[in-house]
Design a protein around this ligand. Structure first.
Ligand code: GUN
Length: 294
């Protein structure tokens, strides 16, 4: 069993991004610039956005963090996004989800300029992805592809099971693993909360992506020997042995599943750092496209 080490792989990819950004900045006199929008004070969102902004600093990117109270109206937020769309200095826009209940995430996403949609959530971006056209890829599935590529894991002909059908992970992951590309060329089954006999599907899988948001959901008896398991879950559970009183766990019952696997991602330090890599690669790409660098 080999651990797919998100910290090590992301460090490697970030050093490449940093080098390319430095050389492009020297040529253009500009830096890639990511604007992150945070609404309300959800602690998990605070932590994710903090990591994204810190990574910008680490890579020599500019960043702007716009924070708004949870009671901002949808109209006000859309006006703020329009300002970022119109701001020539901004290459990428990220609105951290979830948003408060009175704001439609679809409305917000649909109003981001697709040229700055570095999260890969806009319908035009996802439509291009579906058609196999060049586009930003949603950060988490993109990060998973980068991880598979790094470890030379060839998914051609594999049976893959994606558990979860969200717009930001499960659905794009299913499309990307099935496309005619590398990684890709797999036979992909998308499972979800209404799937009958989930175990029948997972036991046939050479590669499982668990993205359901339920702690320890994927158990050892659902995984065949030698499978590759990618855990997208980030769930906080109580743990009296920790100073904070809690700890992060994934969607996979890691301790029992890992011994059966050929490869597995841990939580934390698996997919999480790779998501940030996907976002940073998209931001660099947006910068290049907006400055006619090919
Ligand atoms: N919430 C959970 N994952 C993500 C992500 O990748 N991007 C944004 N903007 N919000 C999220």
């Amino acid at each position: 069993m080999q651990i797919l080490d998100g910290t090590a792989v992301s460090a490697h990819i970030k050093s490449q991004i940093k080098e390319e950004a430095a050389s492009l900045s020297a040529k253009t006199g500009k830096k890639p610039h990511l604007a992150a929008v945070l609404v309300g004070n959800n602690p998990a969102s605070e932590s994710y956005v903090g990591s994204k902004v810190r990574t910008c600093e680490e890579l020599g990117f500019d960043s702007t963090l716009l924070r708004f109270d949870g009671d901002i109206t949808e109209q006000q937020l859309l006006a703020e996004i329009q300002k970022l769309n119109d701001n020539e200095a901004v290459d990428g826009i990220l609105v951290q989800l979830p948003l408060p209940g009175h704001i439609s995430p679809d409305m917000v996403i649909n109003n981001i300029d697709p040229a700055k949609d570095v999260d890969g959530f806009h319908p035009i971006t996802q439509g291009k992805m579906l058609l196999g056209q060049r586009s930003f890829l949603p950060a988490t599935p993109y990060g998973i592809l980068l991880m598979l590529e790094h470890y030379n894991i060839d998914t051609t002909g594999m049976n893959c099971v994606v558990i979860g059908r969200s717009n930001i992970v499960g659905t794009p992951m299913t499309v990307l693993l099935g496309r005619n590309g590398t990684p890709g060329n797999a036979t992909v089954t998308m499972c979800h909360s209404k799937t009958k006999d989930l175990k029948e599907h997972t036991l046939r899988a050479d590669l499982i992506v668990a993205a359901i948001g339920r702690s320890f959901f994927l158990k050892a008896d659902m995984v065949k020997d030698g499978a590759i398991v990618i855990d997208v879950g980030i769930n906080r559970i109580d743990d009296a042995t920790k100073k904070s009183g809690s700890r992060l766990v994934g969607d996979v019952d890691f301790d029992n599943v890992a011994p059966k696997c050929s490869y597995i991602t841990p939580v934390p330090k698996g997919v999480g750092p790779m998501t940030i890599c996907g976002l940073m690669k998209n931001t660099l790409e947006a910068f290049k496209l907006r400055n006619n660098i090919h």
